[in-house]
Design a protein around this ligand. Sequence first.
Ligand code: ZN
Length: 513
Amino acid sequence: MKIAHHSPEVQSYFTALLERLGEVNDLRSAADLLGWDQTTYMPPGGAAARARQLATLQRLAHEKFIAPAIGHLLDKLEKVVEELPPDDDAAALVRVTRRDYERLQRIPSAFTAQITTHIADSYEAWAQARPANDFARLAPYLEKTLALSHAFADFFPGYTHVADPLINLSDYGMTVATVQPLLRELRTHLQPIVKAISAQPAIDDRCLTQAFPEKAQWDFGVQIIQQFGYDFQRGRQDKTHHPFMTKFSLNDVRITTRFSEAYLAEGLFSTLHEAGHALYEMGINPAFERTPLADGASAGVHESQSRLWENQVGRSLAFWQHYYPQLQATFPEQLGKIDLATFYRAINVVRPSLIRTDADEVTYNLHIIIRFELELALLEGKLAVRDLPAAWDELYDTTLGVSASDYRDGVLQDVHWFSGLIGGAFQGYTLGNIMAAQFYAKALQTHPTIPAEIADGHFATLHQWLRTNIYQHGNKFTTADLVQRVTGTPLTLQPYLHYLHNKYGAIYNLALS
Ligand code: ZN
């Protein structure tokens, strides 16, 4: 990366900034690599040393990043980039670096260390107390997490809502004032759909719950993601308990997955999902390597890319018109007598349930909306931690019409509140669903042949459109700017509602609107 048309002095500042950011990036990548190993291959005995190694690397990266030298270089360069257009790469780099620098500067390292220690303890306690169904044991941890979340927000005085600084961490630029009305409006549309679907005859999805040997599932998934454009020269797939994507450079973007030999949909769609995250990172402008621009724009935008490939593509009828005969050939005994229509309905069954990660496309967002509202109530002091389980159950009952018989499948099901702060942890998933539909609608408007190409097993037009419009920009634009740039309108629910109404109206023989 270069800064255009400037004196050797300015060039040297820019080069010095890139070098310092590159070193920070290398330290973070080393930590990410150790984290990847921790959840894939590390023997249990390595845990204590690994926690220490991660803490050391993270501390070094943090210290290096908030060093006064970076502040001085930003001071020098900011005046220069003011004259550049806002979409200039160098201007974006200075802007994004300043944003991260200011944020990290405000948080004392002692506080960061306190959070890290608390989260490690809290995760450990959750891992034991969840199987034991012991909410009482975890309540004190949650109390402390809540206090730390407040303390975190207070490093950013001037916020409108106490959750805003927390939301900003994962979805920069989003606030309670922008997210909450969107989610509440979405809820008013989703609940009637769920109700109408629940009144229809249930879909028979037993074809998915048979014996499906893992090796054949693995090979089938790998073949599909290669056709999507996932490049095994620049990535690899491994197994883990909770699938994720991680990268150590733009040429080493890895995914993890998990399989159930008793349930076909789990491994298959997890693989497609994580590949979607990876395609995004693999498509970032190579010039951004080792800079803060070599990242996704936000949790929401990242999730939009995984869900677009998993759902808009991977759960579409066009996709399975091409792949179902191959799947039948892979599992002739299990699926040979099951027709495409039955299989398609089975992978798109809508069924209100207790567990977020098992939820279908329609009910999934209701799980998120429940968590988002509970986070706000806790942070606003309207809900006490001791009353959280009752509030959780009541919302599940009124929103989804289901109730958990224990904490395990209720309030303790997600790791998020036990591995991070309270506030900002969940909205990205639903923002991702909304954006996926908005981006995909724009892609189809520009290239109406995309569904027909997918039905032939071709993804190049869609992949190229995503690279050009979204992937290459990395973290250069804010979420709001990116959505506006790509689709010509601000973030809106309409394409998502349109998608759900059409798809599920057809599957369930309903006139949804
Ligand atoms: Zn994801």
